[in-house]
Design a binder for this molecule. Structure first.
Ligand code: FE2
Length: 319
């Protein structure tokens, strides 16, 4: 089955060949009727997210079989509670432990949930998770915690277990293998389903913003290697967390996404050669293009990203 274009995504009704009324769930959003489940390959579904998957929400994916596997839990509590109640979920796998991928877990209580082994302890304590992501700014850390808990509804949780590179999960129809793809975070994983050649790329997300690596633990070179790793799987479908799935031009889209890193390199190099200090560069905001929302967080993350570019360019590091 073909995949609708981005333009068609919110108005095209694409029913799975084997749909049942209970399977086709709908929700009302802004007076438009959108499908909650959209089949992107046989028995593989995108679960529509609040805010159309844009941050602070993210798409989830459901692999149906004898055992139904949910990938990620940031599509919104109402949406995922409907899937839990009307379709059933046997296992939740979290791609990485960012708030927008775990914020709906509260609606899925009682379902086994696996997280990446690396940094798995941090999800048991919001303070530990915050310290992991914001290490050098107490005000930004306070804002981060409020945003995660009060706005997104993120809660600390006790995962049922962990997974790691090469682990395989089976639904009875599909098998997905975990691919370690660090860079965005150290614990970022993608999953590859070989029968349909579907690559779940999560926050290698192909947004126009480009790769995001704003934590101390983030790493630009690792991000580049991860982009190339998923490209080397030669996916037929690329399903990311924040833009609709792609079936055409995947390789060129990944290349263009990687090139945004080099464009940032060039821009920051130019600013450095013009004599700007790192603090002055931050005011220019070469990556975000301004900090209109939650400025304490955006400024902190952009500062970290600029520092990473300066380091890899061998230029002056901030004091
Ligand atoms: Fe993320």
């Amino acid at each position: 089955m073909g995949i609708p274009s981005h333009r068609d995504f919110h108005r095209t009704k694409v029913y799975p060949a084997n749909y049942t009324l209970s399977l086709i769930l709908r929700l009302k959003t802004n007076n438009n009727e959108n499908m909650l489940l959209r089949e992107i390959a046989k028995n593989i579904y995108l679960i529509q997210a609040e805010n159309c998957g844009k941050f602070p929400y993210s798409f989830s994916f459901l692999l149906k079989g004898k055992k139904n596997i949910l990938l990620d839990a940031g599509a919104g509590k109402t949406n995922l509670a409907k899937i839990k109640g009307e379709v059933g979920i046997d296992l939740i796998i979290i791609s990485h432990t960012h708030g927008d991928h775990i914020s709906s877990l509260e609606a899925l209580a009682g379902i086994p949930c696996l997280v990446p082994e690396m940094q798995c302890e941090s999800v048991r304590d919001i303070n530990a998770l915050g310290r992991r992501f914001i290490q050098n700014d107490e005000k930004a850390l306070t804002v981060w915690k409020h945003f995660m808990v009060a706005t997104l509804g993120v809660r600390a949780f006790n995962p049922s277990g962990t997974y790691n590179e090469g682990d395989v999960f089976k639904t009875g129809e599909h098998e997905i293998v975990a691919l370690s793809t660090p860079g965005h975070t150290v614990d970022h994983f993608c999953f590859f389903e070989g029968r349909t050649r579907t690559l779940f790329s999560f926050d290698i997300d192909l947004t126009s913003f480009g790769p995001w690596y704003g934590h101390e633990e983030s790493d630009i070179d690792s991000f580049i290697s991860s982009i190339r790793r998923i490209e080397n799987t030669r996916p037929a479908i690329l399903a990311s967390s924040h833009v609709p799935p792609l079936s055409d031009g995947i390789s060129s889209r990944l290349t263009g996404y990687e090139e945004l890193i080099y464009k940032r390199d060039e821009l920051i190099k130019t600013l450095s050669e013009a004599g700007l200090s790192p603090a002055e560069m931050l005011e220019e905001s070469p990556i975000y293009g301004g900090h209109p929302h939650i400025p304490e967080l955006l400024i902190y993350f952009e500062k970290v990203m600029i520092e990473k570019h300066l380091k890899r360019l061998g230029l002056n590091l901030p004091k």
